[in-house]
Design a protein around this ligand. Structure first.
Ligand SMILES: *Cc1c(COP(=O)(O)O)cnc(C)c1O
Length: 374
């Protein structure tokens, strides 16, 4: 982990307020700001859809966390992704990892492909597939790594190198890796996206999204314009809550990962488990690449059970400490059968169970999985 991350997080939003000395960031609920009849607005804010001091404070932290020049906060991770896709133009071609987050796939299929975006879904964990998918009108590559929920690892450095040669922008959904363990901008990515609903918020109590840009490019100006003019912005309170969550992000994620490794090791030896999908295991096909591009492997663990879809569902039903719920990244452990949530056209296997490993005592979690599997 980059040592700066710890300091950025511990101080998130805690620059003493010059007017009051407040160490915790003030929360500005105002939707509008006084400006001069001549048109100047001396504080830099005029209307909260465009900017609000609480959101600006959050955006600064997000930019620092991903080592970018600027960041934009959104009402959800999906709103953030949507702003990126909209910054392209009808007729442009986009390449996306085929096992991307189901909401992103649904958004592309249901909204952006009818709007005129051309999209190729391909397995980007196989380097050769990227070259094969590139067309003359390709503008951007969008990928996750690890992917949700199949935990494939995409070699980001080689994907970025190929994309650079072909003049393609690269956007990385870094939600699963988190800024603690992977910083795509330092590897040459143009844009990093987060669902801040997940680890950065960390308490399953807010919905938010973020985009961080390497450079204040022309594309970034378009994205900012979409944020301002379409207004899928987070409310000041959600920005404040997210800054509060970010303060404890490092100790939380440290505990999450520690527990996840123990659980992955436990599942790997269990007779009812066919395969554990966790990049921290040396048996994972993406392990070597993950080791090169991540400083640790994150806390999402998927596994394939030996048995039918129904048997997998039964396991999730028997869990007591793991809560059967979607989403991830909160302090509490969650379990779910992804295919049930994603629907029949999802590429997720029928016998896949996804765990968001929380920060409870790890032995309690392992005991819970033991009884659920039996
Ligand atoms: C949750 C998630 C999203 C969508 O974010 P929302 O905040 O739910 O809109 C996008 N990508 C990944 C990898 C996610 O896990």
């Amino acid at each position: 982990m980059n040592p700066h991350i710890q300091t950025i997080c511990a101080h998130a939003g805690a620059t003493p307020d010059p007017q009051t000395g407040a160490v915790s960031n003030p929360l500005y609920f105002s939707s509008t700001f006084h400006y001069k009849p001549t048109g100047e607005y001396p504080t830099g804010d005029i209307y909260s859809r465009e900017s609000n001091p609480t959101r600006t404070a959050l955006e600064k932290i997000l930019a620092q966390l991903e080592m970018g020049e600027d960041a934009a906060a959104f009402a959800s991770g999906s709103a953030a992704a949507s702003a990126v896709f909209q910054s392209l133009r009808p007729g442009d071609h986009l390449i996306v990892n085929f096992d991307a987050y189901s909401g992103v796939r649904a958004m592309l299929r249901g909204i952006f492909i009818p709007w005129g975006l051309q999209v190729t879904f391909t397995d980007l964990s196989e380097a050769a597939n990227l070259e094969k998918a590139i067309q003359s009108n390709t503008k951007m590559v969008w990928t996750e790594s690890p992917t949700n929920p199949q935990m494939r690892i995409v070699d980001l450095r080689s994907l970025i190198e190929i994309s650079r040669q072909r003049n393609l922008m690269v956007a990385v959904d870094n939600t699963f890796a988190t800024p603690a363990f992977q910083n795509p901008i330092t590897m040459g990515a143009d844009i990093v996206m987060h669902s801040t609903t997940k680890y950065l918020g960390g308490h399953s109590d807010l919905t938010g999204g973020a985009l961080v840009t390497a450079k204040r490019s022309e594309q970034w100006q378009r994205i900012r314009h979409i944020q301002h003019i379409q207004g899928a912005i987070p409310a000041p309170f959600d920005c404040w809550l997210l800054m509060r969550g970010i303060r404890s992000f490092v100790p939380r994620i440290t505990q999450h990962v520690c527990n996840a490794k123990a659980i992955a090791a436990f599942l790997a030896t269990h007779p009812k488990v066919d395969r554990v999908l966790y990049p921290g295991l040396s048996t994972h096909p993406g392990h070597e690449v993950a080791k090169k591009q991540m400083s640790d492997f994150g806390a999402m663990v998927s596994f394939l059970v030996k048995g039918t879809r129904q048997e997998a569902i039964n396991i999730t039903q028997r869990a007591k400490v793991f809560v059967n719920a979607t989403s991830l990244g909160g302090t509490e452990s969650l379990i779910e059968h992804r295919k049930v949530v994603e629907g029949p056209d999802s590429p997720t296997p029928d016998h896949l169970i996804r765990l968001s490993v929380g920060i409870e005592d790890v032995n309690v979690l392992i005991e819970d999985l033991k009884q659920a599997l039996n």
